[in-house]
Design a protein. Structure first.
Length: 296
């Protein structure tokens, strides 16, 4: 029995279209985990809500001319999480390794942002990390926790030593994080900068940084978007990205170097389904962007 079989259970199928694991190129894993959440809790319900939304929105992408129905996706169910953060992250690392070792792309649906640390540890090579997020998440400790949704990127940098970290949509930080970002050479693009210089110039700057990188890990915290577009997130911050800018940046950046990705921080009971639907749409579009880059 593989770790994938040991630590996951069936769930409603993402998109409603299922390819066998053997034939699939993209493997969906839900991680219903929000044990370190400090403001709004409820991200543990997001994998189910996003799957349900994915069954009720259309699957054709006008941005790429592709249909999600044609992609080879397998939903492997939800990770068996526990109240022990270390154990949950360890299980996610093992499951991610299982998927990567079979030359497939893991797509993780959180859950809180801490899960990124577990997934990145499962990669078989050093990568660049692209993080769409309102927050830098570079604190050393928060509320007596060294590993949490507020510290995970610092732990990721210390423990996995990625080649590059680029954070996009930044607008909520503390001085400690700014100091660490400068020391660790972590690049970030604030929403103010993006609006001032434009989407294309921002994407060009990011792509120039990524030019020599062979593998990319993409993590999307839905609070990168303005609460007007994504109100049901764990830590909403005003002055965020619009959906247009968000999707335009993703389209410019996403290509076939993305080895794994996650989408996190949706708290579905804080709205009437808008954020879960946007999260499902985001995954649809990102998968189509990757597929388009594979088959121009």
């Amino acid at each position: 029995m593989s770790y994938l079989e040991l630590h996951t259970s069936p769930s409603p199928l993402f998109s409603g279209f299922q390819t066998s694991f053997k034939q699939a190129e993209y493997i969906i894993i839900g991680v219903p985990f929000d044990i370190t959440s400090t403001y709004r809790t409820g991200a543990r319900f997001a994998p189910l809500a996003i799957r349900e939304a994915s069954l009720n929105i259309e699957t054709y992408s006008f941005r790429t001319g592709l249909d999600i129905e044609k992609l080879k996706i397998h939903d492997a169910g939800d990770l068996h999480t526990t109240s022990d953060t270390t154990e949950t992250l360890k299980r996610l690392t093992l499951v991610t390794k299982d998927i990567i070792n079979q030359q497939k792309t893991p797509i993780t649906i959180g859950g809180e942002h801490t899960i990124t640390l577990g997934a990145v540890k499962g990669l078989d090579t050093k990568t660049a990390i692209i993080d769409f997020d309102a927050h830098l998440d570079l604190r050393n400790e928060y509320m007596n926790l060294k590993t949490s949704h507020t510290t995970f990127m610092r732990r990721t940098n210390e423990q996995t030593h990625p080649q590059t970290i680029i954070e996009i949509g930044t607008r909520a930080v503390c001085q400690e994080e700014l100091n660490y970002a400068k020391k660790a050479n972590i690049q970030y693009h604030t929403t103010q900068q993006i609006r001032k210089q434009g989407t294309k110039k921002t994407a060009d700057t990011i792509n120039k940084t990524l030019a020599d990188h062979k593998k990319i890990y993409l993590t999307i915290d839905m609070d990168a978007l303005d609460p007007a577009f994504a109100p049901a997130v764990q830590n909403p911050e005003p002055d965020g990205l619009s959906t247009e800018v968000f999707f335009n940046l993703l389209q410019e950046i996403c290509d076939n170097r993305i080895a794994a990705l996650d989408l996190v921080e949706v708290t579905p009971h804080y709205d009437n389904g808008i954020t879960a639907a946007l999260a499902a749409k985001t995954l649809f579009e990102v998968l189509c962007f990757i597929e388009k880059a594979k088959k121009p």
